[in-house]
Design a protein around this ligand. Sequence first.
Ligand code: THG
Length: 265
Amino acid sequence: LILVGERINGLFKDVAAAIQNKDPAPIQRLAVAQTEAGAAFLDVNTGPAVDDPAAVMPWLVKIIEEVVDTPLCIDSAKPEAIEAGLKTVTKAKAIINSTTAERDRLEKYLTLAKEYDAYLIALTMNRQGVPKDAADRLALAMEIVVVADEFNYAVADLFIDPLALPVNVGQEHGIEVLETLRQVKTLADPPPRTIIGLSNVSQGCPHRSLLNRTYLAMAMASGLDAAIADVNDHELVKTAVTGRVLLNQEIYSDAFLKAAGPARG
Ligand code: THG
């Protein structure tokens, strides 16, 4: 499972304040902490309070790259902000987060992904919003795969995101997202990869870690390849490693024993 650290996002008050004050230190601390916790990528999102994300994104990329080598997941609904971020990146292949299935946006983001040799996350939503069931999510995933193929974009570099929603407002979506994760693998050979914003499921809910961990285990069993998640939740990272062992994606001995701690029966 590829873990993308979610924490450098202006949705969080401390990050919003650091951006406002042009203070690199809190953001750099989050970059180091998430990297040490095992993040393979760091999500970078200016958040909703920033007027001009295309001006802020290069600053974020620069200060993060000063302290870690971890590749970045450039997260914005504004293509100008994505491009400004990609222009600044000097480390390994980045992820573009994210396009929707809307044709004009998809073509714009695919063009950027090709030009900057980046992975691309595509959400199974369009102008009508998020579909209510797996069949409609899959129809959008198929449209995305077809257009990626037309663009000669490697489908294995494409991550389909079926959009996890908070369980307290979209309870009926949980099982539809799991079904979508399973069926996406039948759309092409090699298939696209899959990703979700895991913490979405618990937004506004009590027992967030428990909800995140339980859904992670179910999503992994449904074929999930990557998650944007709270990597500083040690129980969550332990669940990810344990899931990999139980799904025979990782050898039982070394990583599992290390992650789970001393054996207590
Ligand atoms: N798919 C893709 N990208 C995404 C998402 C997705 N990026 C953003 C988001 N969803 C994933 N990241 C987060 C980050 C924070 C929270 C949830 C998902 C979160 N934040 C606290 C809250 O709203 O309660 C912030 C409050 C605070 O502590 O300050 O829960 O689905 N491709």
